[in-house]
Design a protein around this ligand. Structure first.
Ligand code: ADP
Ligand code: MG
Ligand code: MG
Length: 897
């Protein structure tokens, strides 16, 4: 296939104007669109151009061939850059050098690293030396270019060059790169070139055009590398988006002591405090600041003093330039109406802007910035609600160190990402992932991290690095993931063989427990106790705004009084799912439960159930008391009975003994209860059909408790009794009749009535498809999307772990359907169920109670089909409240056009 070439493939920027805008992120990528926007704002942006994401898409659609006409457009745009800069690409006397930078819609680690100083070769390097009057600078730039280009474009490993340089320096007793003269760099360059030639069998490319297209190819190529794929998978970014390529005239932060390069946030990305926050390095280039090779200096005097550093801040070292920079920060923040993450370079006193984007931030900072911007009149309440990523709220709910716990401080680094965590030390990302899969909590300890480590960072409870600043890879990625992280703990000496690290004479071996506090940068030996967080005033305010806009109610899945209390504390408006079987497992009653299950006849079962009744009634009393009149949905017993029975030989013996029964007897009953496919077996309402006395006991416990607590508190309790795993109306009717009969009996005994409802879970495809019939009997539906996902896909949740990851890797599924609702399939059944339910009973109450009830994307789907509430685990209640508000606001916006 060929596919027509996109109409315009290259967008120029620079010289005070640009062809693109910040609204064109889909086409130009985030970096390109914002470079264009900054140029249009009249900010000092080195000129350049952006090759669009459509070219990337066309490239892959067309068997890695570029659309026709691209070369010409690139040539023209490059000509424009030459005109603005007055330099010429490849001209030995006045060479134009460029950077080649990838830039997808969302910033994406895993994409090709930027190549700087492109256009240098044995001839142009001499031109650069003459032009700058600085030979050393020119050859330093050239060797950097060879190193970078060889690594990211040609695939010659970085360490090849590090080793050459280290050996060269060692031989001459040089410690710092600053000892290297122009001649030294020339000698190193010769060795670099040899190394490239011997690795590749051909020389390092000298032709600037070849260099340029090599780099462009490499950017587009990196869109499909494994790292990018992993990142896209973890972040739900579709492969179709493609990346853009930015080619931009170089400016040099490494042209001596009046040159510098830096990164800044217009507000503190950890706390949200309204204060410029950033780092810079004098006489440095590009990634030096984030690479953690030298320790960067603070931008402001205030933060330098706070950090107790002697190295001057930019504010002190270059006051004029700092003033100009501060004005740019203000301008950009006002323009984007959000906190910006900015890269800049100073070339011999002249300021250049190289990047801006809405800055990544912790949840705490996100809340504070949204609330502050609203107070500053920059954004509305609605916008503030839309600004905070609901999933990120999770971070606020992370624990901190118990102030009373014993602790053994062994080191301190930078407080890179908040939260306290402990885990056993591992030194590689693969190891972290492997142990985490075994259910162990691990602490990933690295010299520094790179995009190859992402899977391990994801798997770890926390991350420690020995090198790198607050804007290093580890810090940025950890904050984004909500992992606790301590960076730049320079005292850690990590053994190369990955067996241990030493710090101040102490050894910490692989497998030892350590604890980190990502809010202070402290590292402790052993597992230190942690405590639950308290939520800030900003949180309360934003939640209050969110609740104003929310249509759907938010309930919690909770069965213990503690869960219920937590849920209410987080703002739950009821319990959407109380799983009664959890109550059966308590040590003081499991044997009565077993006695009931093992009984030979109804009479035996009823005797055991009579003894269970007071326990169950007590459970429900506590729950109702805690929920203070809020609705509580109680699901009748659901799992197959053998889940309650002993398994091993020894346990079977003990149970037989405790119940005074024969071991053989117990074994016989066990094998009767054995099922091939328990997930599809004798469970849910099928139990109530076979043993209605169980449902009767539970109904009685519910009604008696409800009456008692109604009397005690004066708040009438309105229980909602939910019959699980219904697939036909008749099944439900049979169970419902029993429940209603018990109700009448209990009411007569108590001389008191209460309002209750009986409904069902919709968790089987047949129930969804016949929901109109079922709704004649059910007063409410709760979509049990965990089982509905299993039964719709024919996929067992317990077994999917071994093959589902492959489905994600091969993009057969975009997401784990047990985490985020499969809207196309399972969602369709939910929508059908909701619609059919309403056909019969227009005011039927509809909710969802699977894991999906706490997933923002699924919540937005629920808003779309008009469910009344979502129910999720207590800790996700704030997330659900915010996600529901955002879904309502988005729906409102759509309705308004
Ligand atoms: P990333 O997306 O990893 O931040 P960038 O493309 O922003 O990659 O570039 C990496 C580093 O190189 C940044 O510090 C950036 O400021 C610097 N850089 C990129 N282009 C230029 C340029 N034209 N002149 C000087 N420095 C540049
Ligand atoms: Mg990079
Ligand atoms: Mg950048």
């Amino acid at each position: 296939m060929s596919g027509a070439a996109p109409e315009k493939m290259v967008y120029a920027f620079g010289g005070g104007k640009a062809e693109g805008r910040s609204g064109m992120k889909n086409l130009l990528g985030g970096k390109g669109a914002n470079l264009a926007e900054m140029a249009n704002l009249g900010l000092p942006v080195p000129p350049g151009f952006t090759i669009t994401t459509e070219v990337c898409t066309a490239y892959y659609a067309n068997d890695r061939q570029y659309p026709e006409g691209l070369k010409e457009e690139v040539e023209k745009a490059l000509g424009e850059v030459e005109r603005i800069t007055g330099k010429k690409f490849g001209d030995p006397s006045n060479p134009l050098l460029v950077s080649v930078r990838s830039g997808a819609r969302a910033s994406m680690p895993g994409m090709m690293d930027t190549v700087l100083n492109l256009g240098l070769n044995d001839d142009t390097v001499a031109g650069l030396a003459k032009l700058s009057g600085d030979e050393r600078f020119a050859y330093d730039s050239y060797r950097r270019f060879i190193q970078m280009y060889s690594d990211v474009v040609l695939g010659v490993a970085h360490h090849t060059f590090e080793e050459i340089l280290d050996t060269y320096k060692d031989d001459r007793d040089y410690v710092l790169d600053t000892s290297m003269t122009a001649e030294d760099w020339q000698a190193v360059i010769a060795e670099y070139k040899e190394a490239v030639e011997s690795a590749l069998g051909k020389p390092f490319p000298q032709d600037p055009q070849e260099q340029l297209w090599g780099a462009i190819d490499a950017v587009f190529g990196s869109w499909m590398n494994e790292r990018s794929k992993t990142y896209r998978r973890l972040n739900n970014i579709p492969a179709e988006w493609g990346t853009a390529v930015n080619v931009q005239a170089m400016v040099f932060g490494n042209m001596g002591e009046t040159s510098a390069t830096g990164v800044a946030f217009t507000r503190n990305p950890s706390t949200g405090e309204k204060r410029v926050y950033g780092e810079f390095l004098i006489n440095a280039q590009g990634e030096d600041v984030v690479a953690g090779i030298r320790t960067p200096q603070s931008l402001t005097k205030q933060s330098r003093e706070e950090q107790g550093s002697d190295e001057p801040s930019l504010e002190e070292a270059m006051p004029e330039t700092y003033k100009e920079l501060a004005a740019v920060f203000q301008k950009l923040e006002d323009h984007y109406r959000d906190m910006q993450d900015i890269e800049f370079t100073i070339e011999q006193g002249k300021l250049y802007m190289l990047q801006t984007r809405n800055g990544k931030r912790t949840a705490k900072a996100a809340l504070k910035i949204a609330v502050d911007l609203c107070a500053e009149g920059k954004i509305s309440e609605d916008e503030a609600v839309m600004r905070v990523d609901p999933a990120a709220l999770d971070q606020l709910l992370h624990p901190s160190l118990d102030p009373n716990a014993e602790r053994d401080l062994i080191a301190k680094g930078l407080p890179a990402s908040p939260g306290a965590a402990s885990g056993e030390v591992v030194f590689t990302a693969d190891e972290a992932e492997r142990l985490a899969q075994e259910g162990r909590r691990v602490m990933l300890v690295r010299v520094e991290t790179s995009p190859e480590d992402i899977h391990g960072m994801h798997a770890a409870a926390g991350i420690v690095t020995a090198r790198g600043g607050m804007t290093s890879h580890a810090a940025v990625v950890a904050r984004g993931m909500g992992r606790a992280c301590v960076c730049g703990a320079g005292d850690l000496k990590i053994e190369k063989d990955g067996s241990k690290f030493t710090v101040h004479g102490r050894e910490v071996k692989k497998g030892d427990q350590i604890t980190i506090d990502g809010s202070t940068g402290e590292i402790f030996f052993g597992a230190v106790a942690t405590i639950e967080p308290e939520l800030s005033g900003d949180f309360g305010k934003l939640m209050e705004w969110a609740d104003k806009h929310r249509r759907m109610r938010v309930r919690a899945n909770a069965e213990t009084p503690l869960d219920a209390k937590t849920a209410r504390g987080f703002g739950a408006e009821g319990i959407g799912l109380c799983r009664t079987e959890h109550m059966f497992f308590d040590a003081d009653r499991i044997n009565v439960v077993r006695e009931m299950i093992l009984a030979d006849n109804e009479q035996g079962r009823r005797a055991a159930l009579d003894r269970l009744l007071p326990f169950q009634r007590g459970d429900f009393e506590q729950l109702f008391r805690e929920m203070k009149g809020l609705p509580v949905t109680i699901r009748l017993l659901d799992p197959p009975l053998h889940e309650f029975l002993p398994h091993g030989e020894k346990e079977i013996g003990e149970v037989a003994n405790a119940l005074g029964r024969d071991v053989k007897d117990v074994k016989d009953r066990l094998s009767q209860l054995h099922e091939q496919n328990p997930m599809l077996g004798h469970r849910g309402c099928r139990l109530a059909v076979s043993y209605p006395e169980i449902a009767e006991m539970q109904a009685r416990a519910i009604f008696e408790a409800a009456i008692a607590i109604g009397k005690e508190t004066g708040d009438p309790v309105q229980p909602e009794i939910m019959v699980p795993l219904v697939s036909t109306k008749k099944e439900l009717d049979l169970v419902k009749d029993r429940i209603d009969a018990v109700a009448q009996k209990v009411f007569a005994e108590a001389g008191e009535k209460l309002v209750y409802t009986v409904g069902t879970m919709i968790e089987l495809p047949r129930a969804a498809l016949t929901a109109d019939k079922i709704a004649h009997s059910a007063e409410f539906f709760s979509f049990g999307t965990n089982d509905l996902t299993q039964t719709t896909f024919g996929l067992s949740r317990d077994d999917a772990g071994s093959f589902l990851p492959n489905y994600l890797r091969h993009n057969i599924l975009d997401q784990d359907p047990f985490v985020s609702l499969d809207q196309e399939g399972v969602g369709q059944l939910v929508a059908i169920g909701a619609q059919k339910g309403r056909e019969t009973r227009s005011l039927i109450k509809l909710g969802i109670c699977g894991e999906h009830g706490g997933d923002p994307a699924s919540i937005s789907f629920c808003e779309g089909i008009g469910l009344d509430y979502v129910s999720c685990s207590p800790y996700r209640v704030p997330i659900a409240r915010l996600a529901a508000a955002q879904a309502s606001l988005a729906a409102k916006k759509r309705a308004e056009g």
